[in-house]
Design a protein around this ligand. Structure first.
Ligand code: FE
Length: 296
């Protein structure tokens, strides 16, 4: 038996999967093998999300070279570690170690030059990096970090067989009380949930009105939607959700783990090249000049 919890008392319709995409194998940094899910020709972006990479390997040679020094301007990078340890350092003197279950929400703003390097010689490295756009008024803001160790990320068990780590956004617990994730970003009001469902168990959560949303399955398989609209999502598949309302997730016979991510679209022009994401070509060229001349 499963129970549906919602953060709203009104009955709402169920969100539908309007398209599915598979990640594309690629490499980035100094040759880290990963699967790009958003930021490909198939799915260039999903406003305000510019990129989603899934990295996951037991082979040190796939990750050991890491991501040596590189710049960012105009958006946010979000690293969520599942397994492994990654050390980050930037040109403003910030340094930290991401451990399994930790999240780092970095607002690059006007400019950060940083490195992200594995702090291990062997073993599994697994997690996600998501790029979230910033509105034009915040693109040149001071760089900032929101970094949380695993014990500071609330875990909600809204129903039997359902466990949700609330990184950003709100989830109703078993008593119907809203539990908020630690990340604060009023510009896009992001939702970032790590959901674990036992075999055959279901859960649903209301998506914020007008937000773009997707589910990405990283273990097992899920069905998303209700009735005739229910669509299966296999491992390493992303489903773009449409229609708002409740996201209804039902795990397959081997259970499932998925991230559910949503954000308010910015609806602004996007001029991007590599690690710079601005609104106009001129701003993009200025970013290159500022970086070359050491103004990050
Ligand atoms: Fe980076």
């Amino acid at each position: 038996m499963s129970r549906h919890s919602t953060t709203s008392t009104t009955t709402s319709s169920a969100a539908r999967v309007i398209r599915t995409v598979q990640g594309m194998p690629t490499s980035d940094g100094a040759g880290v093998k990963l699967r790009r899910v958003i930021g490909t020709p198939q799915l260039p972006d999903l406003d305000p999300f510019l990129m989603l990479d899934e990295f996951g390997t037991d082979r040190a040679e796939d990750y050991i070279a890491g991501f040596p020094e590189h710049p960012h301007r105009g958006f946010e990078t979000v690293t969520y570690m599942l397994d492994g340890r990654m050390r980050h350092r930037d040109n403003h003197g910030n340094e930290g170690l991401l451990v399994p279950g930790a999240v780092q929400w970095m607002t690059a703003g006007r400019g950060v030059v940083h490195s992200e390097m594995p702090e291990q010689q062997e073993g599994r490295m697994r997690g996600f990096q998501l790029w979230v756009n910033l509105p034009s008024r915040l693109k040149m803001s001071e760089p900032a970090y929101q970094e949380f160790a695993p014990e500071r990320i609330p875990v909600v068990q809204p129903a039997e067989g359902v466990s949700v780590k609330v990184i950003a956004g709100n989830v109703a617990d078993a008593d119907g009380n809203a539990v908020s994730g630690p990340i604060v970003q009023p510009a896009t009001e992001p939702t970032y949930l790590d959901i674990e469902l036992a075999p055959g168990h279901a859960w649903s959560n209301v998506l914020p009105d007008g937000h773009n949303a997707f589910v990405f399955v990283f273990e097992g398989a899920l069905t998303v939607g209700e009735g005739e609209d229910a669509r299966p999502l296999s491992t390493h598949t992303l489903g773009v959700l449409g229609g708002g309302g409740r996201a209804v997730l039902l795990a397959g016979s081997s259970g499932a783990r998925a991230i559910l991510i949503a954000g308010r679209p910015l609806r602004e022009p996007v001029a991007k090249y590599g690690p710079f994401v601005m609104n106009t070509k001129e701003e993009l060229m200025q970013a290159f000049v500022d970086y070359q001349e050491g103004r990050f």
